[in-house]
Design a binder for this molecule. Structure first.
Ligand code: MOS
Length: 710
């Protein structure tokens, strides 16, 4: 082993290793890997939300130029109905297996042709008719079908005497908050290039975890996982939407099997909206009781979210109520409402993001009713141990985030009365919110080979979906081996590299780093032989089992300033500042980029994003980038983000994940700023013009006022 001093790659602000490949077009994505003899698949999707296929008339399509054939439920290969996800069987994977339509956008056929244009033209000539049944898209928690959510991620909270604490409270806020269905909107649409070689299945696929996709495909085809080879070397964003095994890769595997040639499916943006999952809508109620001095006495957080009867799913909106504040009585109730929709998937801080909008909006309402600084209210209710579980906290630098964020933002100068600042006709307001996000590690394997030329090949089934994981892991490997990064060759994005957690749950980089660090330790301890490559391999599964039982979270404090035009209802975010506690930061440049991106997603959620469904068909009415607005450059002000000094004692290198903490918290900070500006609470997202515009301020005549909701 080398004896040179550790160069300290961790902590250095370095740009992405693959940046040059990406900007020169040399990085191949799933839709552009060169493959000989390629064919192209085009999905045909259900235009109704519930019912059965009456007939598919493919006669015209089959006669069109270049068409190899059409797969539908009558002729498609059979799949294993037991294949599923973490929770068990998942009916959304069972494509073309029967005539049942469980949601709009369900693929009902795949047309395969020599070119994508030919496949698309033939797909347009397919005639599909349905026996339509009434669908249900109403999310309200009073629905008869509503049921308690799965507690697979942890039990509900029920501590203290809620009734007594609320009765003894001087201030009780009880309000309802709603967030809409939203879409992930990764820049790269889902795509896969798939082929079979004998009984081995090969897929280059845009996903967040090549290993887990290989497991699902192996289960669907009832073959050994070792015969499924999934590569995802470069992926253009995921945000949770590329976590599940997507319909494109399943359908392409069926078509490649049937036609004996490689098949590529590259979705259009509209297909991404309708065939891949979304964040479910939520309907949440908060009851918070507080004493006159601001000490919280009770939090009751009820949250309902939509899912599909096809697969279990948890949108854990109530998690932060168990973590953030010292409260004698805490009760959480999470309700799942089965609807005729595609099973939802984790999106941009699942649970925590819609959940913190409700909780932190309600906390701002408590501060208002107490006539107390909302920042001071947070400071007065800091717990010494996790309030519900009683577990000791691991590192918890939330107060540092609050104080440093407030200092940089200039919070102390704020007049907390609403409508107290004006600039011309604009109303100016500021708001803040805090949040936490669950942190930790999941099992992964890693292998490191010390080559005879002094370089190290580091293999880990990681996914870099644009986060900079490749760059971060290279630094971690270099430091754990005590060499410079130029001697590290990192291999990721391939299910052949072995079991690994995916890029999700804010646990990708921590899980892979843990495995790399342990492999490096093992390699350093193994007897060296300069004449021969030496390999050390680890599987962290059992090491993780022995982690101490502490509450491990990341934290943030977010501050926002908005300008509201009451005549038009326009809300502009003018300043956004986030202070984050995420353990030791691996790469400040990329980490900042990650949390700034997350805060922009929070801004986008607060002001813009909303999937609207046509009540008649249940189809999304705005399933494209013309109708579904995500924050664009013009919507985003200078965003300031930084990290407080922190170190996670449960991690061998002090790391925690920072994938999602940037998003959670931001929407509440903006909604609270809009209240401060206008004096009106915004309890339903997004904060659209029609929800903000003030009739008395409308100076443009009745036609303008007519756009308001009744
Ligand atoms: Mo992330 S939303 O857990 O992929």
């Amino acid at each position: 082993m080398s004896t040179e001093p550790a160069p300290g790659a961790v902590g250095a602000p370095r740009p992405r290793i693959e940046g040059r490949l990406k900007v020169t077009g040399a990085a191949h994505y799933a839709a552009d890997v060169p493959v000989p003899d390629l064919t192209h698949g085009w999905m045909v999707t259900a235009t109704v939300s519930r019912g059965r296929i009456r007939d598919i008339d493919a006669s015209a399509a089959l006669g069109m130029p270049g068409v190899l054939g059409v797969l539908d439920h009558r002729n498609a290969p059979r799949l294993n109905p037991e294949a599923g996800n973490y929770f068990g069987p998942d009916g959304s994977l069972q494509l073309l297996q029967d005539d049942v339509i469980p949601y709009a956008g369900r693929p009902v056929a795949l047309v395969v042709a020599e070119t994508p244009e030919q496949a698309r033209a033939a797909a347009g000539a397919l005639r599909v008719t349905y026996d339509i049944e009434a669908h249900d898209l109403d999310i309200s928690p009073e629905r008869p079908a509503a049921r308690p959510a799965s507690t697979a991620f942890g039990p509900e909270a029920d501590t203290g005497d809620l009734t007594a604490e609320l009765a003894a409270s001087v201030v009780v806020v009880e309000e309802r908050y709603r967030t809409p269905e939203e879409s992930h909107c990764a820049l790269e649409p889902h795509a896969a290039t798939v082929w079979w070689d004998e009984d081995h299945l090969y897929a280059v696929d845009a996903n967040q975890g090549a290993f887990s996709v290989s497991e699902v495909l192996a289960a669907l085809w009832s073959i050994d996982r070792e015969r499924v080879h999934v590569r995802a070397e470069h992926v253009g964003g995921g945000f949770g939407g590329k976590g599940p095994c997507g319909p494109h890769v399943i359908l392409a595997s069926m078509a490649a099997r049937r036609f004996g040639r490689p098949v590529r499916i590259a979705m259009t943006r509209a297909q991404v909206f309708e065939t891949t999952s979304s964040r479910p809508p939520t309907d949440q109620s908060l009851t918070i009781g507080a004493a006159a001095d601001g000490r919280l006495r009770a939090i009751h957080h009820r949250a309902a979210y939509a899912l599909s009867p096809l697969a279990e799913y948890i949108e854990g909106c109530t998690e932060q109520a168990k973590i953030l504040y010292a409260v004698p009585a805490i009760r959480t109730q999470l309700t799942a409402v089965p609807l005729d929709i595609l099973p939802p998937a984790s999106m941009r801080g699942p649970g925590a993001t819609p959940g913190s909008f409700a909780l932190e909006s309600a906390m701002d309402e408590v501060a208002e009713r107490l006539d107390m600084d909302p920042l001071e209210l947070r400071l007065r209710n800091q717990p010494v141990a996790a309030p519900v579980s009683g577990r000791p906290f691991s590192t918890r630098r939330l107060v540092s985030c609050l104080r440093e964020g407030a200092r940089r933002f200039g919070w102390a100068a704020r007049d907390r009365r609403p409508r107290s600042r004006r600039e011309g006709r604009l109303l100016i307001g500021t708001g803040m919110a805090v949040t936490s996000f669950s942190a930790g590690v999941f099992p992964s394997t890693a292998a490191i080979t010390a080559q005879t030329d002094g370089t190290f090949t580091v293999s880990v089934g990681a996914s870099d979906i644009g986060t900079g994981a490749r760059t971060a892991l290279t630094a971690v490997a270099a430091d754990s081996l005590g060499v410079g990064t130029e001697r590290i060759l990192l291999r990721i994005g391939d299910s052949d590299l072995g079991m690994a957690w995916g890029a999700g749950g804010s646990r990708g980089t921590t899980s892979w780093s843990f495995a790399i660090t342990e492999a490096a330790r093992k390699l350093r301890e193994s007897p060296g032989d300069p004449a021969r490559p030496v390999t050390a391999t680890v599987d962290t599964t059992t090491m993780i089992d022995f982690q101490p039982d502490r509450e491990r979270q990341t934290y943030s404090a977010v501050f926002a300033e908005v300008a509201v035009d009451p005549a038009t209802g326009e809300v502009r975010v003018r300043r956004l500042l986030g202070m984050f506690a995420v353990g030791r930061v691996i790469n400040p440049l990329l980490a900042r980029s990650q949390v700034v991106g997350g805060m922009i997603m929070g801004l986008s959620m607060a002001l813009h994003e909303e999937s609207l469904r046509d009540p008649l068909t249940g189809r999304q009415a705005n399933g494209d980038f013309a109708g579904y607005h995500i924050a664009a450059h013009a919507d985003v002000p200078d965003v300031e983000a930084d990290f407080v000094p922190d170190y996670e004692p449960q991690d061998p290198s002090g790391f925690n994940g920072l994938g999602e903490i940037g998003t959670a918290g931001t929407a509440a900070a903006i909604a609270n700023a809009v209240w401060h500006a206008t004096g009106t609470r915004q309890r339903t997202l997004p904060i659209r013009l029609d929800r903000v515009v003030e009739p008395a301020a409308v100076v443009m005549g009745p036609a303008h006022a007519a756009v308001r909701e009744p």
